[in-house]
Design a protein around this ligand. Sequence first.
Ligand SMILES: NC(=O)C1=CN([C@@H]2O[C@H](COP(=O)(O)OP(=O)(O)OC[C@H]3O[C@@H](n4cnc5c(N)ncnc54)[C@H](O)[C@@H]3O)[C@@H](O)[C@H]2O)C=CC1
Ligand SMILES: O=C([O-])CC(=O)C(=O)O
Length: 329
Amino acid sequence: MSKKPVRVAVTGAAGQIGYALLFRIASGEMLGKDQPVILQLLEIPDEKAQNALKGVMMELEDCAFPLLAGMEAHSDPMTAFKDTDYALLVGARPRGPGMERADLLAANAQIFTAQGKALNAVASRNVKVLVVGNPANTNAYIAMKSAPDLPAKNFTAMLRLDHNRAASQIAAKTGKAVGSIKKLTVWGNHSPTMYADYRFATIDGAAVKDLINDQVWNKDVFLPTVGKRGAAIIAARGLSSAASAANAAIDHMRDWALGTNGEWVTMGIPSAGDYEIPEGVMYGFPVTCANGEYQVVKGLEVDAFSRECMTKTLNELLEEKAAIEHLLK
Ligand SMILES: NC(=O)C1=CN([C@@H]2O[C@H](COP(=O)(O)OP(=O)(O)OC[C@H]3O[C@@H](n4cnc5c(N)ncnc54)[C@H](O)[C@@H]3O)[C@@H](O)[C@H]2O)C=CC1
Ligand SMILES: O=C([O-])CC(=O)C(=O)O
């Protein structure tokens, strides 16, 4: 018997990432080739954006995806999130000319407060939320805090692009296949302060840190390359990463929903206090997923260099949190 369709809400659906994301969700790459989906698409109430969304929906129709059981266009999160099982919050306010970081945080705080409240009011009680729109960790924190009737653990931020970038850099450095890299993680904020950590990583059973054996490369090449990859792509493309971001969003949701078979992935999740990260901070951790739940990988050693890196990215998150806390009252 065929499965009952699930509802997937996507915000910023007419944007760059939306265009690289929706077709893959509708083709079953996110939730499985046997799982029908209903897409509930949200764009701003602006004629140009709504028209662009219509165009994307026409193209989705023209793909004749067998798993696409329905599709709706919305301009209000209260209708877009109705009964939704999955919510990918991609739409966010980009940084404009002369805008300071604090202005960006405040503009996005408004969006994610309203969207968190709407999820709280109308989404499925088991909704799985992934925030992609930047600053992703703090936006996810705001949405979570604005949805007190939903479990906090249902709110996550996207660190998977950083994870995938780190894996590719390690594959290039070692000459090994990217798919053979296990036990990699990225701690902290989706920003240049993130700490990509291959101390526990293995390739075909061998320790990556022994294969590389170069702490200078780690500190002076690997970490800055992964941390500044978003900016490097903007410099090269004139636009921020989109297909790779959509791909990471698919990876994140697929693994959360369908499981990782014991393998580690990185998710930004509200800290439960592990690794001395204060409770509630939306922080990248190594996790495994099974039965629709994630579990933090426990008991990893934190050496002095790692603690320094983990604290630096934590402090940035605490600063972002302090800058928006008054807006959550
Ligand atoms: N976490 C991550 O790893 C990554 C995050 N990003 C972030 O993802 C976000 C989206 O990127 P793009 O698709 O390239 O941007 P884009 O500008 O092409 O599209 C964003 C879309 O969101 C819509 N939007 C804005 N506010 C909205 C709201 N309140 N409700 C619904 N829709 C809204 C806009 O109308 C626009 O169509 C940006 O914040 C970007 O910085 C991008 C790459 C990686
Ligand atoms: O850097 C940006 O603006 C987009 C982004 O988050 C990334 O590519 O990691």
